[in-house]
Design a protein around this ligand. Structure first.
Ligand code: AMP
Length: 419
């Protein structure tokens, strides 16, 4: 027999861990709704062309990480490696420019990248993200970062570091790209193989290089900062002033460019020391040209994506402790009582939103009580022949070690009092 296993880089999430995921997502929804965001659900597959156009041909994602396949009619489809492109596509497709601007959307769901699996890196991973479309002011950048900060605080995070930079507008970027290429071209031989390739395809990405030789070369290279246009500089300065005014701490990271082609102006990451090498929990930035590049109107945008798998990996204990699933009340048929009678009772309780389970496998009262105790059950309802005849239920409180007989019609009220 073949032993079936989940596909490499994917995993099952089991209870009680799924309860933690649900609570994290609920906290995200609650926080984002405070800022006027509403949920969008886009398909997990898109035409391949969408990601090639928006994320960029020369990026790692498009170059080597996409799950791309042909469907039965030979159309090239891709499992989404990220969602900003999908949200921008949906914005254009449904004409959301006719809605009140800005349009604020959040999403939660699985994404797919063909990467080497390791801690904090999966082939199916999950992102919680938000996108704000139709506002190009630095106030929008600031509000988005404040929302992100509020969410992470609600989960109990205190020590995370926000890394912030600007890649400027198209004009700043192309001026910088030219200067960088002119500087690196004569030193091409000293660059790592990856960076040599990037010199042709996507020179800005060289700033991201992990090679120490590359980083040494870059120490003397022209800086992005000195190539910013006055408008780009002002955008970034205003953002910083607002964040400073709100006391939101950040570190300027001049080499942070982020890998994707569509970023303009503000880019940021949030990192956690607890994650080791895969330390980025959140990535985001502004993308003022993306919607237009997909054939839509000139609509600016900014957004972020939180890596939910990584977030939960380093979740503060306090939040985890609070996610305690309710232990249901247990209803047991005693003696010769037909279990379907107990089932009827338990359906009544569920109708009143009291979690309840029936011990269907009950062999004896003793074994039922032992199992209940082990499962952490507090209240056991016993229905024997006597109770059935008198229209009562015996309510056993395992925590207090008490037992009282309650009339059937008073049961729900009494259980409500017990909490
Ligand atoms: P990116 O758009 O690549 O910056 O992704 C945003 C966030 O998603 C990252 O900061 C990570 O937390 C998370 N992420 C990206 N790729 C993976 C992956 N393969 N496995 C787990 N999390 C990921």
């Amino acid at each position: 027999m073949t032993r079936y296993r989940s596909v490499k880089g994917t995993r099952d999430l089991l209870p009680p861990e799924t309860g933690v995921w649900a609570a994290v997502e609920e906290t995200a929804r609650r926080t984002f709704e405070l800022y006027g965001y509403r949920e969008i659900r886009t398909p997990v597959m898109e035409t391949t062309e969408l990601f090639v156009r928006s994320v960029g041909e020369s990026t790692d994602i498009v170059g080597k990480e996409m799950y791309t396949f042909e469907d039965r009619k030979g159309r090239s489809l891709t499992l989404r490696p990220e969602s900003t492109a999908s949200v921008a596509r949906a914005y254009v497709e449904h004409g959301l420019q006719s809605w009140q601007q800005p349009v604020k959307l959040f999403y939660v769901g699985p994404h797919f990248r063909y990467e080497r699996p390791q801690r904090g890196r999966f082939r199916q991973f999950h992102q919680i993200g938000a996108e704000l479309l139709g506002d190009d002011s630095p106030l929008a950048d600031a509000e988005l970062l404040l929302m992100l900060d509020r969410f992470l605080r609600a989960l109990g995070f205190r020590e995370l570091e926000v890394l912030l930079n600007t890649v400027g507008d198209q004009e700043s970027r192309s001026a910088f790209r030219d200067a960088l290429v002119s500087y690196l071209e004569p030193r091409r031989k000293e660059l790592s193989e990856d960076s040599r390739r990037r010199l042709e395809t996507n020179p800005l990405r060289i700033l991201d290089s992990k090679s120490s030789g590359d980083q040494e070369l870059l120490a003397e290279a022209p800086s992005l900062e000195e190539h910013l246009t006055p408008a780009a500089r002002e955008h970034f300065e205003t953002l910083r002033e607002i964040l400073d005014g709100r006391g939101l701490a950040y570190r300027i990271e001049p080499r942070l460019v982020r890998g994707l082609d569509y970023y303009t102006h503000t880019v940021f990451e949030i990192v956690s020391r607890d994650l080791g090498a895969q330390d980025a929990l959140v990535g985001g930035g502004r993308y003022d040209d993306l919607v237009a590049s997909l054939g839509g109107p000139e609509v600016p945008g900014i957004g972020f994506a939180i890596g939910e798998d990584r977030l939960i990996d380093v979740l503060p204990e306090g939040f985890r402790d609070e996610v305690i699933p309710p232990v249901p009340t247990l209803a047991v048929a005693v003696g010769e009582v037909d279990p379907t009678v107990v089932m009827e009772l338990s359906e009544e309780l569920r109708g009143a939103e009291i979690p309840c389970e029936v011990d269907l496998s009950s062999r004896s009262l003793g074994s039922s009580l032992r199992r209940a105790d082990k499962a952490g059950v507090r209240i056991v309802l016993l229905l024997g022949e006597e109770e059935l005849e008198e229209g009562t239920v015996a309510v056993k409180d395992l925590e207090e070690g008490t037992q009282v007989t309650v009339r059937r019609e008073e049961l729900i009220g009494r259980l409500g009092e017990l909490g």
